[in-house]
Design a protein around this ligand. Sequence first.
Ligand code: NAD
Ligand code: TDX
Length: 415
Amino acid sequence: MTAPSPGDGRTEPGSSSGATSGASAAGGGPRIGPGAHILVCGGAGFIGSCYVRDVLARRDGTRITVLDKLTYAGDRANLAPVETDPGMAARFAFVVGDIADPTAVDPLVAAADAVVDFAAESHVDRSILDPSAFLVTGVVGVRVLLEAVRRQTELARAGERRHADGRQMGAPRFLQVSTDEVYGSVEEGSSREGDVLAPRSPYAAAKAAGDLLVGAYRTTHDLDVLVTRGANTYGPHQHPEKLIPLVATNAIDGAPIPLYGDGLQRRDWLHVTDHAAAIDLVLRRGDPGAVYNIPGGNERANREVVAAILARLGRPWSLVRSVPDRPGHDRRYAMDGGRLAALGWRASVPFADGLAGTVDWYRANEAWWRAAKDAAWDDYYARQYADRLAASTEAPAPGALAGGAAGEEAPGTAR
Ligand code: NAD
Ligand code: TDX
């Protein structure tokens, strides 16, 4: 069989020896079909909970077990629509536990047809303050999951992996949810899946280490593994530490909005429902061993995004403060999405609609984000922002830079 190169992981379709339950890989059908049992790690977080809600809402017989440590970023309330719906709740289970703990992981992987790993410490600024938890979850945790998948694959190959009723089970499929940040800052052009990984923050380095482990287990143990690399994701239920919810919630409160450096860093924005749908498509139809970029197709300067949020809320630009930049701040991310498009995927949420809907969600769900802005948040906020805001200056209004920055738009014109 063809071995993947680390960082690419592309192999020939159908080269995995791991048949999955509900799968009919031969003939091009989905490898994970309706009725499969999926273990979703980190399913109480922002993207993972959207994935769980959206997949169960299809009511196609898929069963989901969530394993989540419930860190500050995990919130079981994100899964309330599932847990309060009898039809969906019957196909759902929630386990509090750590992906770095084999005693939690092993029995859950043993019962699963597929594992999707969303679990991570996900905020770059926190990785700069203290990277330790990023490495435990992103490296040790991924290794624990891969070891469990390896054991179950070996059992399946020996014909000894069985359902409770005695039916034979195929090997589990494993999908690692990764990020565009593993490619590092991309000054021009767009990253392809085979590009060299060049992470520049401790967060991105931990994610890149996870990707490389997945590639190594593919090469060494021929596991049925996949990696997705998603763009900057936005939407309801995102923790207020990230740019879009931070700006929206601070603006609602009339509080200062910290904009790092010149605010001309560029990100490609992907709506959370599109990100979740792309992950599910790759899980069900992706080539074993392959890596898939998930771009959003909405590249914007941070200043434009901030201006559009303020316009939606009817708040003044004067709330925005230029604060000292994030150390090692990546200037731009951009990815080529050709490989995913070949699976038949394209993003469906226009950025203007998605951003307006997101801002409106934060306006309508104050109880959700005020609960996240608790005493521990106040402590984090002071560490991250107190000195920066003390040293801040007035932020030049969008369009005030000579001739406007390349691609910069007037406030509120996000498309
Ligand atoms: P999040 O911080 O909102 O959620 C992470 C979830 O993982 C939380 O529920 C948390 O409790 C759980 N978790 C953390 N450590 C754990 C552990 N050791 N064991 C079990 N559960 C644990 O993150 P998110 O924004 O939903 O991101 C999900 C994944 O997508 C991450 O792997 C992230 O790197 C990746 N990603 C995020 C974005 C983005 O813009 N948010 C973009 C691309 C990729
Ligand atoms: O207060 C802020 N001020 C500011 O100017 C914050 C929190 C952010 N920013 C800037 C930094 C970035 O250029 O906004 C941009 C977006 O910042 P974040 O929301 O922190 O996201 P980013 O660092 O781009 O990383 C995100 O996308 C990739 C997610 O947090 C990661 O989990 C994902 O992998």
